[in-house]
Ligand binder design. Sequence first.
Ligand SMILES: [Zn+2]
Length: 270
Amino acid sequence: MPELPEVETTRRGLAPHVEGRRITGVALRRPDLRWPIPPEVARELPGQRVLGVRRRAKYLLLDTAPGSALLHLGMSGMLRVLPAKTPVAAHDHVDLALDSGRVLRFTDPRRFGCLLWQPAGETHELLAHLGPEPLSDAFDGDYLFALSRGRKAPVKTFLMDQAVVVGVGNIYAAESLFRAGIAPGRAAGSVSRERYRRLAAAVKAILAHAITRGGTTLRDFLSPDGAPGYFEQELFVYGREGEACKVCGRTIRDGRMGNRATAWCPGCQR
Ligand SMILES: [Zn+2]
């Protein structure tokens, strides 16, 4: 599943080819993805100039004067800018034709992605209750400390709650907690301010690093020939259950937390 770094990498890759371009046509090859594609997409976008390509959590927004196309890549979605004549393949569900002679093509075999509409000046329901961006100044240790008081949920579940902070997926939560030395099952309300400062710094550093590497997910570090990519070498706990901790040598443990697989080192994390 594309994680925040991959979505941000996608945004950075698309923006130079899409921003400032006029949308000349919209081709919808099916009426729905995860949800029905609202009629505004085909009605409002043609003729509009793309004012910006933004990311909020794992959503991408193509801003135009009447509103924004709101995209989510779901489990398997992909956005590419291609020459307009590129043959359409299975799962190429949406094309936005651009005045550059290219198309922005949305491909999604499993159709867990979405294409929705956010009128100008409004906030879509899906974005209305999200926590701050992890790389923004609003997200720091003091924020986590204040929000977590009285919470009995595991700190990993707390960190992965999109209302607390967006875009910290399982892999990044596991690795950030390791770097901060916090056991994932500890009650969120029992973690000190100082440790939350370390945790927030770890989240920022790990996500920023992943963005500079072009995003990292399981899909990426299992290359087609089955050889692991280099990011896998940088993982300390995620996917290393039963192996020796690179720092202390204890066996990496695993369990489930908030219904997600969780790996941690009982020596390094308390
Ligand atoms: Zn260890």
